[in-house]
Design a protein around this ligand. Structure first.
Ligand SMILES: Nc1ncnc2c1ncn2[C@@H]1O[C@H](COP(=O)(O)OP(=O)(O)OP(=O)(O)O)[C@@H](O)[C@H]1O
Ligand SMILES: [Mg+2]
Length: 271
């Protein structure tokens, strides 16, 4: 069975795609589930797809997650290999995904992740910067959510709105959905997080909700996608690689273990 992690934040440019790509690359390297990883790119802009396929897409790809969601092809037929890693595949995005925004098809992606669950150790879903039908599909399909966010004056209101949306999904479509936490991104290495804002975020998502590793602004993290590489293969000793590695090895994998246990207990209590 795959662990399905959706990377979400309805605000643009918070480091979702950067985190999703490096999370996939890091999980393959550092988790003890050694089987492969699938990225599902639910953002019509397709940044994750361009980076992973090693080309800047012009127009719609030959096959995409859109074709899978509209049931023109099977989930397996939509999958492509990546230049990123031989252990990471992708269901690429298409600009046509945007047309799903007007639909009420909230559980299409869940059928896809269920069909592919036995083929991958991890499924990572990258999402667009809104709380529309595409992000909701990701939340309905996911076991866990990871929220990359700068912690600044503008982000707290966004996070409150995100928490309300997560509650709505939990109440209606996915009661086992768990939030792994908020990963602080784009932080200026020289400044401290604002205590008042940190307290507010902890009130929204819980006292252990902010990962202790903060991803600082790092030029290498910005350069790596242009070279179609993860930060670990682009420059494994740079600050960005060290921080994502620490986040993964010291925190995320441990939290995932605890949450998997919690998930099993919830399932047992339910059935
Ligand atoms: N820690 C970082 N240091 C420097 N640049 C970063 C960092 N994280 C991400 N970036 C850069 O910031 C930009 C936005 O990051 P990214 O695309 O990951 O955000 P996003 O949340 O996926 O954006 P969108 O909402 O538009 O999909 C990109 O150019 C990326 O390379
Ligand atoms: Mg993105």
């Amino acid at each position: 069975m795959s662990n399905v992690i959706a990377v979400v934040n309805q605000k643009g440019g918070t480091g979702k795609t950067t985190t999703a790509l490096n999370l996939a690359a890091g999980l393959i390297r550092y988790s003890d589930i050694t089987s492969s990883c699938l990225i599902i790119d639910m953002d019509p802009n397709g940044c994750a797809s361009s980076t992973m396929l090693g080309k800047v897409e012009t127009g719609a790809p030959q096959r995409s997650i859109f074709d899978v969601l509209r049931r023109a092809i099977t989930p397996h037929d939509g999958i492509m290999s990546t230049v990123f890693s031989e252990n990471i595949d992708i269901l690429p995005s298409s600009p046509h995904l945007a047309s799903m925004a007007k639909t009420q098809l909230f559980d299409r992606l869940k059928k896809v992740t269920e069909a592919l669950a036995s083929s991958y150790g991890w499924i990572i879903i990258d999402t667009p910067p809104n709380l529309g039908v595409l992000t909701t599909n990701a939340m309905v399909s996911a076991d866990y959510l990871l929220i990359p966010s700068p912690i600044n004056g503008l982000s707290v209101g966004t996070l409150r709105q995100l928490a309300a949306h997560i509650d709505m999904v939990r109440n209606n479509q996915n009661e086992l959905l768990q939030v792994l936490g908020v990963l602080v991104t784009m932080k200026d290495a020289r400044t401290k997080l604002n205590d008042k804002l940190v307290k507010e975020v902890k009130e929204i998502f819980g006292k252990d909700s902010i990962f202790k590793t903060h991803i600082t602004t790092n030029t290498k993290l910005e350069e790596a996608p242009g070279e179609f590489q993860s930060i670990f293969s682009y420059d494994s000793s740079c600050v960005g690689a060290t921080l994502y590695r620490d986040f993964l090895k010291k925190e995320l994998l441990k939290k995932l273990k605890a949450m998997e246990k919690r998930r099993a207990e919830l399932i047992e209590a339910k059935y």
